[in-house]
Ligand binder design. Structure first.
Ligand SMILES: Cc1ncc(C[n+]2csc(CCOP(=O)(O)OP(=O)(O)O)c2C)c(N)n1
Length: 324
């Protein structure tokens, strides 16, 4: 289905008012990630089973003997979130086939932080996507191992100060470029990949709904603002998320059956990355030349993304899908 021509089909309609992640959890004040999880649950609805890795969202929501989850939720190890989710999906399929459960469609979701997705849970995720399980995997990327004390991950951006990549006299924070997880997932050739940010809630909900409607594997990479780890005031999570999108630090796009589409929320012209850096203490130490290097990289990556989208607009997309 052509995602541009059929955009109205996917546009957000009424938002589910039911809260499937209840209040009373222990998230930090101003946490952008828990807002994203709440929106995700609204979009998924109650016919959902979630497998969640250890991480902030687990420790804040499931302190024994309480739980904030109003859908079946399984806490699993860092390494095997996607493997557990794929097992649940296969199990439900088998039970349905044998007539042991009713015919209701249940969506299985795996979720983890950037550490649990991009580092330690990576091989299980790659395997589940390649096997084609009917599931969604959502990475809530707060750009470090946050609940254990702000250690760097492969999702930490270049130059950010963390406790294991600290800024100081001889170091300028993280020394490596952020792993481009959405592109890695797109390279698996799965039906649907998207980036999202809770500062754009309708875009986020629409993407989760679309992933839910797809029978097959989907991956959503969600930018998850963390005032605690990013050294920013707790009332700035939404504005920081907006700045990340407006500066192209975190572009919003989706890849449906190999076809790229940049979100209409992206600005015509990107703001300078400096505006984004100013909003957080973790970038406070960066010097002009370091900021320039990062700016060049952002410009290049965004240009590459727009080029990929251009294929769709120029009609080359048809050729790509025919070949694919
Ligand atoms: C194999 C393994 N290594 C280390 C840990 C300890 N540990 C628990 S949560 C966590 C950090 C999780 O980081 P991330 O996935 O980015 O989630 P966040 O806490 O940022 O939400 C670590 C290192 C663990 N539970 N299992």
């Amino acid at each position: 289905m052509n995602i541009v021509e059929n955009f109205d089909l996917f546009a957000p309609k009424l938002i589910n008012k039911q809260e499937l992640l209840s209040s009373g959890h222990r998230a930090c004040s101003g946490c952008g990630e828990v807002l994203a999880v709440r929106l995700m649950c609204k979009a998924l609805g109650e016919n959902t089973v979630i497998a969640a890795a250890t991480g902030c969202m687990e420790i804040i929501s499931s302190m024994f003997p309480t739980t904030a989850w109003r859908v079946p939720w399984i806490h699993v190890a860092f390494e095997n979130t996607a493997a557990v989710a794929s097992g649940v999906e296969a199990g439900l399929k088998a039970l349905r086939k044998k007539g042991k459960i009713d015919d209701r469609y249940i969506k299985v979701v795996g979720m983890a932080g950037d550490g649990g997705t991009m580092d330690i849970g990576f091989q299980a995720l790659s395997g589940a996507m390649e096997r084609g399980h009917d599931m969604i995997f959502v990475c809530f990327d707060n750009e470090a191992y946050m609940n254990t004390g702000i250690q760097r991950s492969s999702g930490t951006p270049m130059g950010a100060s963390t406790t294991t990549a600290p800024a100081g006299k001889v170091s300028s924070g993280q020394k490596t470029w952020k792993k481009n997880m959405a592109e890695i997932m797109a390279a698996h050739g799965i039906p649907y990949v998207a980036t999202a940010c809770p500062s754009y809630p309708l875009d986020f909900i629409r993407k989760i709904e679309k992933a839910k409607s797809i029978k097959g594997p989907s991956y959503i990479h969600c930018f998850s603002m963390c005032p605690t780890g990013w050294r920013s005031p707790s009332n700035t999570a939404i504005s920081v998320g907006r700045l990340a999108v407006e500066t192209g630090v975190f572009p919003l796009f989706e890849v449906e059956h190999g076809l790229y589409r940049v979100s209409p929320d992206m600005p015509k012209k990107l703001r300078p990355v400096k505006d984004y850096f100013k909003s957080q203490g973790r970038f406070r130490h960066l010097k002009e030349d370091e900021i320039d290097t990062i700016q060049d990289r952002i410009n290049l990556e965004y240009k590459k993304l727009l080029e990929k989208e251009k294929c769709l607009k120029t009609g080359n997309a048809q050729k790509i899908t025919e070949v694919g």
